[in-house]
Design a protein around this ligand. Structure first.
Ligand code: OAK
Length: 826
C-alpha cells in the first residue's frame, strides 16, 4: 500500500525558500551574525525565531477568537510543567518539519544537530509535570480555550551527573542564553501580598469586614509560552509567573513590631521563583514552597479576574459560566481560600454567595496515595505568611463541620478525619481535604487509583457527596510520543492506516490486522532495530559502552523511588549475573538493562540505589565472562529529550511498582505505544493497558492490591523470603561484600538493610520470585521472533485509549463542560 496523505489542514503554508529566508533574516537581524560565523546554537535560535513568527500569528488569531466569542475556558493550575524541547514539537505541529529540514539542509546545516541545541524546559519533576505538558498540547490541538498557569522557575529540575557511580546535582540553567519562545507581558504584571496582619472592622451596616495589611508585596511578571496545537491553527498559552521585588515595604507594619520578624525582612522577592523543589511525591514543608504556591495562584486568579472583568465588569453572576480551574494535585489548593478572600473581602459578596461561586469553579486531581506526598501545612506557618487565609480556612472548616454533623450527628471520629485541620502537637492544614471540600469534582488518574481514592483516602467524602469523586485515566500526546520521537515508525504506520492517527489514536487499531503479516512484522522490527542502533550510539557517546543491538533492550525510566522498585530490577540483574558466573552456558537471550532516573537530592536510599545500579553495571560491563549476554547502562540526566531517544528503542518496558502505589504511570503508555512489551504489576494504568492489549501481549506478575494488603495484615516477614530463596539470600549477601565496590565492603548494604531490617515496605522480596519468573517468560517470548513482533505490533495498535486527547475529552464532558472554539480564518 502506498503512503496516504493526512487530512490534516495546517494553517501555515510557508515554502522552503521563504522559511530559509526567514532563518537567514533572523540570523542577521535578531542574532547579529551571519551564515559563515553562526554556530549550531545561533542556527537554533534563528530557526526558533523563524518558527515563532508563525506561532505568534497563530496566537494572535486564537486570542482574538476567544475574546470575540467570550468563551468559557479551563485554567490549568500546576506548580509543574515538564515541557521538554519545543522547536521540534512546534515544527511538527505546524507541519513544517520537512520544510525546515530541507531549508536548513540547503543552508548546509543539519536540523537534527540544531534541535540538540535546545535546553529542555524541565520545570517539573516527573509524572505530574509531564502530564500537565501533554494536557496543554491536547487542549490546544482540540481547539479548547485553555490557559496553563504555573511558575517561571529560573532553575528547573537539577542536571544529574554521575561521578564514581553516585548522583551529583548541578543547577539547571535552561534560560541562561535566552529562551526564544517566551514573551514577557509587563502590561499584565500582578502584585501579591504576603505576611502582615488582619484588621477587623465594622462596616456601616454592622457587617464585619476584614482588611489584610500585608507586610510585603511582590511583583509577579508573566511570561507566555505559546502552546501550538497539532495543525497549527490553535495556539494557546502557558503563562508562567516570575517573582520580582516590588520595592514595597510596609513601614507601618514593621514599626508596629511583632508582626514582621527578622526572616520576613530577609525575604528576597526574587527567590520565590528561583528554583523548582526537586522532591517528587514528598511534601517539602518549607515556607518558601508555600509562598511559591500562593504566589502563582494569587497572580493567576488576579489575571483571570482581570480578563473576566474586561468583559463583564463587576457582575459576578457569570463568573462560573466562564471560568473553571483545574488544580493539578493540592499544590495550588491555596487558590480556594484566595478566591474566597477576593470575593468576600474585596468584592464584598456574602459568604454563601462567594462559596457557591468557589465550589463551582474548582476541580481537583489527585495524583498519589503515598502518605508522604499528601500536603499538610502547619497552621502557624499559614498564619504567618497568609493570616487572612488561615481565618478563611477555619471558617470553611467550621461550616463544613456543621454539614458533617448533619450527616453523622455527634460522630467526632468522622469529624476528626474529615476536618481540614489535623489536631495534634502542631495544628496542620490538610490541603487534600481543603481541595475536596472546595471543589465540585475530584478525580484520580487511573481506574484502580480512583477506586482506591474513594475506598481508602476519601471514603467519607464519597459517602457525603456521591458522584463527586470520579476517574479520568491519564493519557499522553501521540504527537510528541510517537510522531515526533519515532518518525520511522510513524511513517510505517501512515502507510497502513493513513496519517490521521495523531488526531485519532484509535485508528492505530487498524494495525492489528497486520500483526501476523510477515512483511509488516519485518518492517516493524526493522524500525525497532534502527532505533536501537541510534540508542546504542547514544549509550556509546554517553557511557563509552558498547551494547549489542540484537540483545533485548530492557528499559526502566522514571523517577527513582522505592515504590517504583528499581531495586527489584537490580536484584534480578545481579541474579542473572550470578547464574551466568555459576553456569557460563546459562541459557538466556542477551539483554541490555537500561535505566534513567533522578533521585530527590535528600532521598538517601534512592541515591544509594542509583549508586548500586552504577556499581553493579561497572562490574558486569567489564566482566568478559558474561558480556556477550549481559550489560547494564545507567544513562545520566534522564529528562524529556532523553526519553524521546530511549522510548522508540525499547523492547521491554519495566512497570514494576508495588500494587496500589503507582497512581497511573504514563511512561508505561509511551513505551507500549512505541511497541515495547510491558513487564508489570497490576498497578495504575498497567491494568488498563493489559485490558487493551490482552493477556498474551503483556507480562503481568506479582501481588495484587488485595494480596499486598492481606500480606501486610498477616505480618509480612521479609526474612522468610531471604531464608527460603537461596538466590535472594546470595544476591543480598553479595551486596555486603566488596565485590562491586572494591576495597569498600558494605557500600551497598543500605539496600539490603532496607529490605530486611527495615521491613521491606514495598514488598520487593515478596514479588521477587514472580518477577524473575516473568523475566523468563520474556526471554522465551523474545526468542520467537514472530511472536515478539506480533506482540509489539499489537501493543502499538491497542494504545488508542491512552491519547491525552481522550483524557481531555473525558474532562471536558464530565468535569469542565467546555466547548471547542475553532480559530477564525482571518
Ligand atoms: C508528584 C508530587 C506530588 C504528588 C504526585 C506527584 C506525581 O508526580 N504523581 C504521579 O502523577 C502521574 C500523573 O498523574 C502518575 O502517572 C504517576 O503514577 C504519579 O506517581
Amino acid at each position: 500500500m502506498s503512503g496516504k496523505k493526512s487530512n490534516l489542514q495546517t494553517e501555515v503554508t510557508i515554502s522552503k525558500s521563504e522559511f530559509k529566508a526567514s532563518v537567514v533574516k533572523h540570523l542577521h537581524c535578531t542574532l547579529g551574525t551571519d551564515e559563515n560565523k553562526a554556530n549550531n546554537h545561533a542556527w537554533w535560535k534563528a530557526t526558533c525565531a523563524a518558527m515563532q513568527e508563525q506561532v505568534l500569528e497563530g496566537l494572535r488569531k486564537t486570542q482574538k477568537t476567544h475574546y470575540l466569542n467570550d468563551t468559557r475556558a479551563v485554567h490549568y493550575f500546576s506548580a509543574e510543567f515538564l515541557m521538554g524541547r519545543l522547536l521540534s514539537n512546534n515544527l511538527q505541529n505546524f507541519g513544517l518539519f520537512d520544510v525546515a529540514n530541507d531549508a536548513l539542509n540547503e543552508l548546509g546545516v543539519s536540523l537534527s544537530d540544531v534541535l540538540e541545541e535546545e535546553p529542555d524546559m524541565a520545570l517539573g519533576n516527573g509524572g505530574l509535570g509531564r502530564l500537565a505538558a501533554c494536557f496543554i498540547d491536547s487542549l490546544a490541538t482540540m481547539d479548547l480555550p485553555a490557559i496553563g498557569y504555573g511558575i517561571h522557575y529560573e532553575h528547573g529540575l537539577f542536571r544529574q551527573e554521575i561521578q564514581g557511580g553516585a548522583q551529583i546535582e548541578r543547577p539547571d540553567s535552561w534560560r541562561d542564553y535566552g529562551n526564544p519562545w517566551e514573551i514577557c507581558r509587563p502590561e499584565s504584571i500582578q502584585e501579591v501580598s504576603l505576611y502582615g496582619y488582619v484588621e477587623t472592622k465594622y462596616g456601616e451596616n454592622g457587617r464585619i469586614q476584614k482588611e489584610w495589611h500585608p507586610g510585603h508585596i511582590v511583583k509577579g511578571v508573566p511570561w507566555d509560552i505559546p502552546v501550538v496545537g497539532y495543525g497549527g491553527k490553535n495556539v494557546n498559552v502557558l503563562r508562567l509567573w516570575q517573582s520580582k521585588s516590588s520595592g514595597y515595604f510596609n513601614w507601618d507594619v514593621f514599626n508596629a513590631g511583632g508582626y514582621v520578624d527578622a526572616q520576613v525582612e530577609n525575604v528576597q522577592a526574587e527567590t520565590i521563583s528561583k528554583v523548582l523543589y526537586p522532591n517528587d511525591e514528598t511534601e517539602a514543608g518549607k515556607e518558601l514552597r508555600l509562598i511559591q504556591q500562593y504566589f502563582f495562584c494569587a497572580c493567576s486568579l488576579k489575571d483571570i479576574i482581570r480578563r473576566y472583568k474586561r468583559a463583564h465588569g463587576d457582575d459576578w453572576s457569570r463568573f462560573t459560566d466562564q471560568v473553571v480551574i483545574q488544580l493539578n494535585d493540592t499544590h495550588p489548593a491555596i487558590a480556594i481560600p484566595e478566591l474566597m478572600r477576593i470575593l468576600v473581602d474585596r468584592a464584598e459578596l456574602d459568604w454563601d454567595s462567594a462559596w457557591a461561586i468557589c465550589t463551582k469553579v474548582f476541580a481537583y486531581t489527585n495524583h498519589t496515595l503515598l502518605p508522604e506526598a499528601l500536603e499538610k501545612w502547619p497552621a502557624r506557618m499559614i498564619e504567618k505568611i497568609l493570616p487572612r487565609h488561615l481565618e478563611i480556612i477555619y471558617e470553611i472548616n467550621h461550616r463544613f463541620m456543621k454539614e458533617v454533623d448533619k450527616k453523622w450527628p455527634g460522630d467526632n471520629e468522622v469529624k476528626a478525619k474529615l476536618s481540614i485541620i489535623e489536631e495534634g502537637n502542631e495544628k496542620m492544614v490538610r490541603m487534600g481535604n481543603l481541595s475536596v471540600i472546595g471543589s465540585f469534582a475530584v478525580n484520580g488518574v487511573a481506574e484502580i487509583h480512583s477506586k482506591l481514592v474513594k475506598q481508602n483516602l476519601f471514603p467519607e467524602f464519597d459517602a457525603l457527596w456521591p458522584g463527586k469523586l470520579t476517574n479520568v485515566t491519564n493519557g499522553i500526546t501521540p504527537r510528541r510520543w510517537l510522531k515526533a520521537c519515532n518518525p520511522s515508525l510513524s511513517k510505517l504506520i501512515d502507510k497502513k492506516v493513513g496519517a490521521d492517527w495523531p488526531l485519532d489514536l484509535k485508528q492505530l487499531e487498524g494495525l492489528a490486522k497486520y500483526a501476523d503479516n510477515k512483511t509488516f512484522q519485518k518492517q516493524f522490527m526493522q524500525v525497532k532495530q534502527q532505533n536501537k542502533e541510534v540508542l546504542a550510539a547514544e549509550i556509546k557517546r554517553s557511557l563509552d559502552l558498547d551494547v549489542d543491538t540484537n540483545a533485548i533492550f530492557d528499559v526502566q525510566i522514571k523517577r527513582l523511588h522505592e515504590y517504583k522498585r528499581q531495586h527489584l530490577a537490580l536484584l534480578h540483574i545481579m541474579a542473572l549475573y550470578r547464574r551466568l558466573l555459576e553456569n557460563p552456558d546459562y541459557d538466556m537471550h542477551p539483554r541490555v538493562f537500561i535505566f534513567g532516573a533522578k533521585a530527590a537530592p535528600g532521598y538517601k536510599l534512592a541515591k544509594d540505589i542509583i549508586f548500586a545500579i552504577n556499581k553493579v553495571a561497572e562490574k558486569i560491563n567489564n566482566d568478559a565472562r558474561v558480556n556477550n549476554k549481559l550489560k547494564v547502562a545507567f544513562l545520566p540526566n534522564y529528562r524529556v529529550s532523553l526519553a524521546e531517544k530511549m522510548i522508540p528503542a525499547a523492547d521491554v518496558s519495566e512497570q514494576i511498582s508495588t500494587a496500589g502505589k503507582e497512581a497511573s504511570g504514563t511512561g508505561n503508555m509511551k513505551l507500549a505505544l512505541n511497541g515495547a512489551i510491558t513487564v508489570g504489576t497490576l498497578d495504575g494504568a498497567n491494568i488498563e493497558i493489559a485490558e487493551e492489549v490482552g493477556d498474551d501481549n503483556i507480562f503481568i506478575f506479582g501481588l495484587t492490591v488485595d494480596e499486598v494488603n492481606a500480606l501486610k495484615k498477616s505480618g509480612y516477614k521479609p526474612y522468610d523470603y531471604y531464608y527460603k530463596n537461596a538466590e535472594i539470600k546470595a544476591v543480598l549477601d553479595w551486596m555486603e561484600t566488596d565485590y562491586f565496590t572494591p576495597g569498600k565492603p558494605g557500600a551497598l548494604s543500605s539496600i539490603k538493610q532496607s529490605l530486611l531490617d527495615h521491613g521491606d515496605q514495598y514488598l520487593v522480596l515478596a514479588d521477587y520470585e514472580a518477577y524473575s519468573e516473568a523475566q523468563k517468560r520474556v526471554d522465551e517470548a523474545y526468542r520467537d521472533k514472530e511472536r515478539w513482533a506480533r506482540m509489539a505490533i499489537i501493543n502499538t495498535a491497542k494504545m488508542g485509549k491512552f491519547t491525552s486527547d481522550r483524557s481531555i475529552q473525558d474532562y471536558v464532558e464530565r468535569v469542565w463542560k467546555l466547548k471547542s472554539c475553532p480559530v477564525n480564518k482571518a
